[in-house]
Design a binder for this molecule. Structure first.
Ligand code: ARG
Length: 589
């Protein structure tokens, strides 16, 4: 089904052509002056020079060809040459009917799907998930759903940090606390215990402790480095201990991500590509693209057009150790080999921009990816507290994700139990669901690259541009539909939409008609905030319509049924949109 705006444009393009002008002059946009018209076309001005005619003349000519066209209720020409358009109720009705009777609201999946690897989440093993990882998970999950809705084949990979010094630090501290474990006994040749020698809580306490101590205690640091090397060299005992660290940590991550309604197809990490590094480095050296500089192995990636200096990409440090960059290059090699993706998209803090620029250029230059593989980094801004500084706990520590979610849940629960008389269990479940919406919407409604202020009060408010407001709107619609059903109304899904009766109803219908256009934009820009903007407007327009219309008490059954159909369509669209954002609505709240 053709997009709404394309259908209108096509009609106006025909008119320009029939009047003797070029089709491209008939492109229509949403009106910038909604007080005057709904859609507008400024092609007459753009084409005036080309045709050496006054724009007013051109516009008049095109307008004449639109006379009597059933798509418009009004076509007017205004200085200096605009075509102002209002749509006929019947045309809008017909379009919405097509949307209503299709499971995808008339938006067909692409016939040119891409294979896309989406690298998001990126938590680090043995370290607690903190709010910095929240954005990657929330934005990534939504982008994944948007791409899939479009029809692309998406492989979501969590790409954990499960290698390197952080693991050596944890191992060192475990050894200090439990020196007698078999993992540290080089002469031990039996099977290692199946049970991990620590809980996840202990693990989360061990890492920060070890990290802080290594900064003050050079001997401790040296030991951690040594353990890191041994692990990387394949020491049997340390490997077995490392596996416990990963398993305990991953089990906890899975729980956390499940609570966030975020999931991954692949649970790979930095460790999974380590075996590819030696061969990759050898090839890079052999091609002459990687060379030694001050003892390190580097690849030049600066380009003439760079406006700021891009330093060489370091592949191996002078002690021969691989880096974050090296692992990302090896991961690219692996992904190319396994999936030959059209695109690989990374979602991290925007402070990693230089890192990805270096990785992407090195990968292209050294032939690690095919020339046609598109590499994209979406860098997001910082989540700040109300003081404008990166979000911290009340006592200034790093905020754990679970604590943050707990806070929102509590806030939501207090609002929900005050508002309704639902039982405790349902209230708790609803609070969870609404809290997740508050959290995700609060994040996704901003353009990803921007910093934003995490404001619990605002995010959990039932009014304004918030997740709870959207859910509240959905619940309101559902309650009307339920009442209609309980009063013996016909099957809601069978009812047809009618032409609008009021300005409010028309505005709501026009919002609905713009769905495909908006989704296409959200897909091409990888921009969940477009969906938020759309459903906020849709909710506002629905609520204006609702306040202006007595729906259930309407005497005329035709009118009433048309409105019920419109409500049901609105509800389905809101639900489809929040699903793309990664949350859902409760039955009541
Ligand atoms: N673990 C990293 C961090 O916490 C993020 C990983 C992002 N993905 C990647 N392929 N580098 O910063």
């Amino acid at each position: 089904m053709k997009k709404f705006l394309d259908q209108i444009s096509e009609q106006v393009e025909n008119a320009f052509e029939a009047a003797g002008y070029d089709r491209d002059m008939g492109r229509v946009t949403v009106s910038k002056r909604p007080d005057l018209c709904e859609y507008q076309c400024s092609g007459a001005m753009a084409g005036a020079r080309r045709f050496r005619r006054a724009p007013m003349d051109i516009a008049e000519g095109a307008a004449q060809k639109l006379a009597g066209c059933s798509m418009f209720s009004e076509v007017s020409v205004v200085r200096p040459g605009f075509l102002n358009l209002k749509l006929s109720g019947d045309f809008i009705r017909g379009y919405l009917e097509e949307m209503r009777t299709d499971a995808r609201f008339g938006a067909e999946p692409t016939d040119n799907p891409q294979t896309i690897v989406l690298d998001y989440g990126g938590p680090n093993v043995a370290k607690p998930l903190h709010v910095g990882h929240l954005r990657s998970a929330v934005i990534g999950e939504s982008i994944k759903r948007i791409l899939r809705w479009h029809g692309d084949r998406v492989i979501g990979d969590i790409h954990m940090g499960d290698w390197g010094l952080q693991m050596g630090l944890v191992i060192t501290e475990v050894k200090k606390r439990q020196p007698d474990l078999p993992y540290f006994d080089p002469s031990y040749s039996g099977e290692y215990p199946a049970e991990a020698p620590f809980t996840v809580e202990e693990l989360e306490e061990i890492y920060p402790y070890a990290s802080a101590r290594s900064k003050q205690d050079p001997a401790y640091y040296a030991e951690a480095m040594d353990n890191t090397h041994r692990l990387q060299e394949g020491d049997r005992g340390l490997r077995a201990l490392w596996q416990h660290i990963v398993a305990v940590s991953v089990a906890d991550m899975k729980k956390n991500y499940r609570n966030l309604d975020v999931d991954f197809d692949l649970w790979l990490g930095e460790s999974s590509v380590q075996s590819l590094i030696p061969g990759m480095v050898r090839d890079m050296k052999e091609s002459g693209l990687a060379y030694e500089s001050n003892g390190a192995l580097v690849v030049d990636v600066a380009e003439e057009t760079d406006s700021r200096e891009i330093p060489p990409c370091i592949i191996l440090k002078s002690d021969g150790a691989a880096l974050y960059t090296t692992t990302d290059l090896a991961t690219l090699l692996d992904r190319e080999e396994k999936y030959s993706p059209d695109r690989i998209i990374y979602i991290t803090d925007k402070r990693q921009e230089l890192h990805f620029r270096q990785v992407f250029r090195t990968a292209a230059k050294c032939g690690i990816v095919r020339p046609e593989t598109q590499l994209v980094h979406i860098g997001f801004g910082t989540m700040n507290g109300k003081d404008g500084k990166p979000f911290k706990t009340r006592d200034g520590g790093v905020m754990k994700l679970s604590a943050l979610i707990g806070d929102i849940r509590e806030e939501m629960l207090s609002k929900i139990s005050v508002n309704t008389e639902i039982g405790e269990e349902e209230a708790m479940q609803t609070a969870d669901q609404v809290a997740l919406a508050a959290l995700k919407y609060g994040d996704l409604s901003n353009q990803a690259s921007k910093d934003y202020v995490f404001d619990i009060e605002r995010f959990t408010s039932f009014e304004g541009d918030t997740g709870p407001y959207i859910l509240y709107t959905i619940v309101r619609i559902r309650s009307i539909l339920n009442r209609y059903r309980s009063e013996g109304g016909t099957d809601v899904r069978e009812l047809a939409v009618r032409a609008p009766q009021s300005a409010q109803e028309k505005a709501l219908m026009l919002d609905i008609a713009g769905l495909s256009e908006m989704l296409e934009g959200a897909w091409s820009d990888l921009a969940p905030h477009r969906i938020c903007g759309y459903i906020y407007q849709l909710s506002n327009d629905f609520n204006s319509f609702y306040h202006a219309t007595r729906i259930l008490t309407e005497e005329d059954p035709d009118k009433k049924e048309g409105w019920i159909a419109l409500l049901s369509l609105t509800e389905r669209i809101l639900c489809a949109c929040i699903d793309l954002l990664g949350f859902s609505a409760p039955e009541r709240m």
